[in-house]
Structures are given as structure tokens and as C-alpha cells.
Design a protein around this ligand. Structure first.
Ligand SMILES: [Zn+2]
Ligand SMILES: [Zn+2]
Length: 340
């Protein structure tokens, strides 16, 4: 029986799940971001300004969905900025009426224009100010609070943050990590993170991967350093409604990409089938040293691959690379669930 790893029914919606607007330190208004992203084929933007969550429901229409969320930081304190480790995460509200921020502090953390919007923030006034520090205990409390209060929690740009295994090995509670953060990547950081994703998976963390822009739009769209439209997440959902899309996020019905498309992905009788846009290479990575690839032969097209999967593979995930070196990455699928 076919087990569809990306649902058979529904539509793919192109999404940017991490962005900054004039509500914090971005240069474009939420409406300008909508216009620019719609013009580039996007149907979904999650507005994740630094520490301030404002719904932008007025921007949603038949062809566009505005999700609301916010990005939180727990960084080392003191010393020189360039040496300081930090941890950033986005919380995306799973329901449109979830407007209450967690881990709120009445006087700290807002940046850019955030102070102008502080009075609009909703939070539990009975709670004391939440003080942040770069410790596993604090970061896990933040991830847990997000998860328990109706948010999709993503772990952002570990390379820019100067984080390594000693940090992320201890993080528990994220739904997904950024396998590509284009805003950091375009600046020069090695922020395409398949190695960190595999490292986390091999530690047994069952997390998804997303591609995001983390755009601030300090450079114009025609600049080579523009931080928009470089990495995205293709979400497959029955309809473009708020909860259809967030249900798809929770279910892992998406893949991350910098350009290539993954049209179909299913598992049947011990084999993984994938169909893609024309590409150079289709690779299946596993939880072991077994890696298999299909490479395009000269003069031929490559758009399909079939991989044998064994239960001992622990997990499998697929990477598609195009002629420009751009990649698409599926989520990881653990074999104990595939063979169930
Ligand atoms: Zn960040
Ligand atoms: Zn950001």
C-alpha cells in the first residue's frame, strides 16, 4: 500500500515562514512584504517580527495567507557582540485567535520599531517578567512554553548564532529547524545546514526542516544581496486557510527548498519513490553510512528516483540538487514509522 509522505490530495503553497517587517527591524511594511512575495509566487508569509506578535489578518485573501508569530532570542550577556552565542527561535501561532505571547518581558528585548508596538502585545499579566539567558534550561523553557501554548516552534540559523553540538544537542521541544536561512546565507554564512540536521536526527531528535528567508529587506530586490526569495517551504494542504496550513505544518506535510521542486514522495513495499523538477542529483541520506544517489546522465533528464529502504536505515530523507547547486530537502522519515 502506498504511504504518501507528501499528501496525494491538496495543493502546494509556497511559504516564507520567517520574516521581519517595520513592526521590528525590517524595512518593508507587512503589506509591502505581501505584495513582493505574492509577485514571486508565494501564497503564505509568517510574520515573525522580533518579540512582537501582531496579527495581519487584513492581508489574507483568496491567494494569500498571513500567519502570525514572533522570533525570540536567548543570548549570552555581556562581552563583545561578535563573540556572543545566542539562540533564536520562531513561534508561529497555530490558530488565528492565538494572540498571547509567551516568555514576555515588560521592558526588555524589543528591537527596531518594536517599542512602538509594545502596547499592542497580549501576554499573561499574572506572570512575572521572563528573563532570558543562553542556557539549556532557559531555552527549553521557551520552546516548551511555545509548544504548550499553541505555537509551531522553529530553531533558527544555528551557524549565525555561533551554536554548535554542545548547544543544540540539549534543545528539546522544537518542531523544526531551519535547514536553510537565506538571509544569513546571502550575507556569507554557511547557513545551509544539512549536516546539523543529520546530526540532530542521529541523536534521535524527530524534527522537521524548513527553508526561510529571514528577510529584513535592507537591500533592494534587484541587489544580489537582497535577502528575499532565496529559501522557502512548500506546504501541501487541502486549502489555503489558516488552520489547514498550520495542521499541515504540524503533520510535516512540506519540504524545504532553494529552488528545485519535489512533486511526489511516497513509500511502498520497502521503496521510497520521489518525483522532482529536472535536476542533477537525487540523494537519499539515512541515519547510517548508507547514502544512495541518482545522478543525471549526459543528454538525459533526471526527474525520478526509487530508493530501497531498510528498517536498519533508522531514517531516510531526500535531497534534490539542480544544475545551479541549489537544493530541496524533504523532512526525515523514521523507518520504525515507515514500516509500521
Ligand atoms: Zn534570528
Ligand atoms: Zn529573524
Amino acid at each position: 500500500m502506498k504511504k504518501y509522505l507528501l499528501p496525494k490530495e491538496g495543493n502546494f503553497y509556497k511559504a516564507n515562514l520567517h520574516c521581519h517587517s517595520t513592526v521590528s527591524d525590517g524595512k518593508l511594511t507587512p503589506a509591502e512584504i505581501k505584495d513582493a512575495y505574492k509577485a514571486h509566487g508565494y501564497a503564505i508569509v509568517a510574520y515573525t517580527d522580533h518579540d512582537i506578535m501582531i496579527p495581519h489578518d487584513e492581508l489574507s485573501d483568496d491567494g494569500f495567507l498571513a500567519l502570525h508569530g514572533y522570533e525570540m532570542e536567548a543570548g549570552e550577556v555581556g562581552g563583545i557582540f561578535k563573540f556572543r552565542k545566542t539562540c533564536h527561535m520562531c513561534l508561529i501561532a497555530l490558530k488565528p485567535d492565538n494572540l498571547q505571547q509567551v516568555c514576555w518581558h515588560r521592558s526588555k528585548y524589543l528591537i527596531g520599531h518594536g517599542e512602538e508596538y509594545r502596547h499592542l502585545a497580549h501576554y499573561d499579566e499574572s506572570q512575572p517578567d521572563f528573563e532570558r539567558e543562553h542556557t539549556h534550561e532557559c531555552i527549553n523553557a521557551m520552546m516548551r512554553a511555545g509548544r504548550e501554548n499553541g505555537f509551531f516552534v522553529t530553531y533558527n540559523h544555528p551557524v549565525w548564532s555561533l551554536e554548535n553540538r554542545s548547544d543544540y544537542a540539549g534543545y528539546e521541544g522544537m518542531h523544526a529547524m531551519e535547514i536553510c536561512n537565506y538571509g544569513c546565507f546571502v550575507t556569507g554564512f554557511a547557513e545551509y545546514n544539512p549536516i546539523i540536521y543529520d546530526d540532530m536526527l542521529r541523536m534521535g531528535k524527530r524534527i522537521f526542516c524548513i527553508g526561510t528567508d529571514d528577510n529584513h529587506n535592507g537591500k533592494p530586490f534587484d541587489s544580489p544581496r537582497c535577502d528575499s526569495f532565496g529559501a522557502f517551504t512548500m506546504i501541501k494542504a487541502p486549502r489555503l486557510s489558516y488552520t489547514d496550513v498550520t495542521d499541515a505544518l504540524l503533520a510535516g506535510n512540506f519540504y524545504a527548498s532553494q529552488a528545485p521542486q519535489i512533486k511526489e514522495l511516497y513509500f511502498e513495499d520497502g521503496k521510497l519513490y520521489v518525483e522532482t523538477s529536472p535536476c542533477e542529483k537525487i540523494v537519499m541520506t539515512t541515519g547510517t553510512r548508507k547514502v544512495r544517489n541518482f545522478t543525471r546522465e549526459r543528454g538525459k533528464r533526471l526527474t525520478k528516483a526509487v530508493f530501497e529502504v531498510l528498517e536498519e536505515d533508522i531514517y531516510v530523507r531526500v535531497t534534490v540538487k539542480d544544475k545551479y547547486g541549489k537544493c530541496a530537502d524533504t523532512n526525515a522519515y523514521f523507518t520504525d514509522e515507515l514500516f509500521k
